[in-house]
Design a protein around this ligand. Structure first.
Ligand code: HPA
Length: 279
């Protein structure tokens, strides 16, 4: 698709969302697999299903509702993506990044990405939270491929500091205060939908990754391109050890994430509370 057409699509989706928004969200939060309950803490606001947006593809992933929800969290105006798009669904990186483009266009300056991920670091346990310190893009694709839209961001975005250091420090402080165990590490994104073989798992660990998943990186790249501050948090839903691989069931992944979800909610609410205090 020519970039002009995509640009037009973003503009149309932005107009639809803007027409419904009752606030200007400064934070955008993408909720990954099994993570939806943050919406229960929203005050005021409303929601709009992705089906109301002509260029949003239908979400096909289990446990991804597919809607924007907005309101105040700890006094901060936020917009949440309940459900996201993935490359393994057959969507293009630009389609996957569409919600981020739209959120940036309505005023979001801080982007929080969450996901369920497989642990590669043998010290991790299922149910752990991992603050993403950096990523490796092994998806073989990128939402910025094609002509650059100069109004959105630079042709060659700097990726030396993708995950904002101040936001990471804030997350660490909140975790310490609230006694949440917060691991840290590198997220590697693969295309999926297959889970990894033992040989692939060994390779990903050797490459320097602590967790593997099938999402997040396209949205983060679009976010960096748009100049957003990015914070990423994975829930380690399973731990993959190449010499002792166990079959992974989606239902187990979702069950583990749901168990860890209150901690994710507490971490994010804590971060937003501190943000509200800082004014
Ligand atoms: N691999 C890839 N993606 C995942 C995994 C995994 O083990 N667990 C949750 N998402």
């Amino acid at each position: 698709m020519p970039i002009e057409k995509y640009h037009q699509q973003v503009a149309e989706c932005t107009a639809i969302l803007r027409g419904r928004l009752s606030l200007t969200p400064s934070w955008g939060i993408i909720l990954g697999t099994g993570l939806g309950r943050l919406v229960e803490h929203l005050q005021g606001g409303d929601s709009l299903g992705y089906e109301q947006f002509p260029h949003f593809p239908p979400p096909t992933s289990p446990s991804h509702v597919g809607r924007f929800v907005w309101g105040h969290l700890a006094g901060v105006p936020v917009i949440l993506c309940q459900g996201r798009f993935h490359l393994y669904e057959g969507y293009t990186p630009r389609q996957v990044a569409l919600p981020v483009r739209v959120m940036a266009a309505v005023g979001v300056r801080n982007l929080v990405v969450t996901n369920a991920a497989g642990g590669l670091n043998p010290l991790f346990q299922a149910g752990d939270l991992m603050l993403i310190t950096d990523h490796i893009n092994l998806q073989g694709d990128n939402p910025l491929v094609g002509r650059n839209v100069e109004g959105w961001g630079p042709r060659f975005p700097d990726m030396s500091r993708v995950y904002d250091l101040e936001l990471r420090k804030l997350a660490e402080e909140v975790a310490r205060e609230r006694r949440l165990r917060l691991r840290q590490g590198v997220y590697v994104a693969v295309k999926g939908p297959c889970l990894e073989t033992p040989a692939e798992t060994r390779m990903l660990r050797l490459l320097g990754a602590d967790a593997v998943g099938m999402s997040t990186v396209p949205e983060v790249i679009a976010g960096v391109h748009a100049g957003l501050k990015v914070l990423g948090c994975s829930v380690i839903s399973n731990v993959n050890l190449p010499d002792a691989m166990a079959p992974i069931e989606l239902s187990e992944i979702i069950a583990t994430v749901r168990q860890a979800e209150p901690q994710v909610v507490e971490l994010l609410l804590g971060i937003l509370e501190r943000q509200a205090q800082a004014g």
